[in-house]
Structures are given as structure tokens and as C-alpha cells.
Design a protein around this ligand. Sequence first.
Ligand SMILES: [Zn+2]
Length: 482
Amino acid sequence: MKKITSLLLFLLFSGILFAQEGPFYATMDATDANNLKKEMPQEIQIIAIKQNQAAVYISEEAAHAMHRNVVTHGPGYVFKASEELALKAIEPKPAKKQRRVLDFTINQDAAVAEAIEMVNAQNIEDQIIELQDYGTRFHTKPEAEQAVLDLKDKWEAMAQAAGRTDVSVRIVNHVNTGMPSAVMTIEGAETPDEFVIIGGHIDSTAPGSNNNVAPGADDDASGISTITEVARVLFDMEFVPNRTVEFMAFAAEEIGLVGSAEIAEEYKNNNVNVVAYVQFDMTNFAGSLNDVYITTDSYNSNDLNAFLIELMEYYNASGPHQITYGNTACNYGCSDHFSWADQGYEAAFPFEASFSESNPNIHTPNDTYDITGDAFKAAKFAKLGLEFVIETAKSNTLSVSEIAGLDFDFIVNNKQVIYTLKNVSETLQTLSIIDVAGKKVFSANDLGQQGALSIENLSQGFYVAVFTTQTNKVITKKFVLN
Ligand SMILES: [Zn+2]
């Protein structure tokens, strides 16, 4: 009797610690669930489908098949600890609060110019190699936990070296994995209750090697190294944010977004005001023409995508810090930003390539640093990360805007763009209007100092208007067409 009890206890306990050693509950895209059911009917039970989302009970084998088949880079499903939680997750969500596309502003020119000049690709390279050298960071392996503890030490040492007393680093333990996550916080100087967060996952996977050889250099040592470089630059330039800024390295993304789901849920339960979340997961493989690919999945924030586009148009249109961009779709539960979007937060995920052209070596022992060989690409993501953090968290440091001297009026009314530049010394040259997928949908030249342009061919949605002046200044304005 006693033996049976302890055996049961052991099974229960290990079931909790290593949630995916057997079948488990999850949510996924309904189409993916139906395809999986056709392919391996014994391995998946579809419990319910609501609004294109399925609550399922799947075997480990089916989970691996998801990893292989789905045109996405992440797991393609979201782990749920029970049937009840899986069913609850596919219930329709209340509509999001009012859009705040116009609340994200650009006015930290001096700080951003200083920051992006300081990005050092060598730091990113060194850390990617450091992380791949653990051999594996699969969530059940001791190396995974060690990597998180070492990252905490690294982040603490960076903050200490910079003499920061407003920075803390904590380990977050989880219910559904034995692997912890790490969170670094820079407390906001003005509005510490408002959070700006960037993150990535520090675990890795390579099912073909039984997860024994899973270097995960691009997926996602690159993202962790990118956000670490963002922090390093902020510390070195003594940036003090008005809002609280957090850096997160999540456990167990590869088995269904486990670490980020628990943290995002905790933030929601505690009513934490997360202004915006941006995910960095795979930043260093140049598989496509452009540098950055905005992901346009429906759960992502159009507001935030528009802002990322605006940042790149404003700061990275040309010159040594140029960043070109395109768009792609990532599908269901493809990375940790889904966990934040799922809790109703504004989330975005700029990615390294279009998904069909992203790093083909991920989730294998071949996801190593020498596939890319430099960190040139990831450095661009670090610059975008800095622009996002600095402009979203803001700072008291006096910042002289390049366009501050321009007295510019811009309104959109009756499907017309109406603009007036009151300075006598400048004229406007070009206007481009870009949609949230990063597509240029309108352009005009020789604008002079004032005018009205019809945009009646544009459909409803969020847009970024990009004006250039004859002295190559860039003025960006976001607007919504209803
Ligand atoms: Zn990943």
C-alpha cells in the first residue's frame, strides 16, 4: 500500500515537473488540429473547437509532428495544464480596450542616435557562442537551468558594473516546467507602474537527438543575446527610463510557451500595466532579402507593428544604421509574444526572415553559430530594440528632436491627407503611406509647403505617413482610417 502510494506520488510529482513526458492538453489552430487528426488519429483527441481554435489532448509524438509540419518556427501549440484550462483558453475573449496607435510617439532623437551608435555585434556573437556551448538547453536538462542562473549572474554583473541601483534581476520558478526563467527590471523613474518589456526564450530543442544536442544558436540564443546587448547599451549610456523596462528570458517555450504563459498570466492577474511587449526570437539568419520581418498574425498588435515600422522609417531609412523590412505570418502560438497577446497586451514579433526562408537548421543539432558566422544581422535587431525601448519608456534626458524646429500640421479628414509646413526654409519632397504589414500603399512627390491629397483608395486600418523634406529630414505620422 505504502509502496503504491509513493509510486503514485512519484508519478504525480514527475507529471507536474515534466509536464510533457506523456500526453498533455494544449490549444492550437483548428486547421492544424484537423490535419494532425488525419495524419495520426491515435495521437490526438480534439476536445472542442471554437472560433478556429482547438482544445486538444495530444501525445508527445503529435507534438513533435507539429514542430516539424507547421509553417512556423515555434511549437505551434500552447501547453495547458488541464482540460479545463484548455477549454477556457479557446473561449472568445472580450474585445481589447481602445486602440492607442497615436500614443506611441517619437521624440528621443538624441538618446536613440547615441544608443544605436553603441551597438557592438561582437558582444552578441560572444554570447550566442556562450549559450550554444551549454550543448543543450532543453527544459528538462540541468544545462538549461544552469544557463538561466548564469544569465542572471551576467545581467547582475552588467548592472553592477554600471553602478545601477535601480536595476534588479530575479529568477522565476514555474509550475509546468522545472526550468526557471530570468527577469531583469529597470525601475521607471517617473511612472514605475507602466511596463515596457522585451524578451525571448532561453530554452532550446532538437527532438532528433533526444534533446541531447540542441545548441539553439539562432533559436534563440540570438534573441537572448540581442536583448542583453540592448541592456548593455542602456547601462553604458546611463539611460534612466521614465517607465519600468523589463528584459525576460523565458523557460520552456519549445514545449508550448510554458514559461512566458505563466509570467504573462501572473502579470494579468496582478493587473500589471504592460504598455507593450516585443519578442526577439531568431534574429541572426539572413534568409530573406530584408533585414526585419514584421509578423502580421491577427493576435499581434497593429498599433505596435505600425510603431515599429515608424521607428525604422524614422531612424533607419538609410545610412550606416539602415534597416530594411518586410512582413510575414508566424501562425498559432509561434513564440512567447502570443502569451502576452493572449492576456490582452499589445505584442509584436519582428522576425529574421519570411517564415518559409527562416533558418532551416533550428530544432536540430545544426543550429550553430557558424551557420551565420557573424552577428551583423542581430545587431540590427538590437538597434530596433533600443529604439523601441527608448521611445516607449522615454527619459527625462533633454533630447533635441531633429524635426523639433519644424512647425508641421497634419490631419486626415474625409479620406484626404492635409498637410502644412509653416517654416519658410524647408519644403516637403515626398510622402509615402505604409500599412501595418509594411507595404507602401501610396506615394506622392513635390509636395511643396502645403496641400491636400486624396487617399480614397485606402481601406480601413492603421497607417504610417512618412514625409521627407528637401534637406532629407523625415517626419512620420501615424493615423487610423475608420
Ligand atoms: Zn524560438
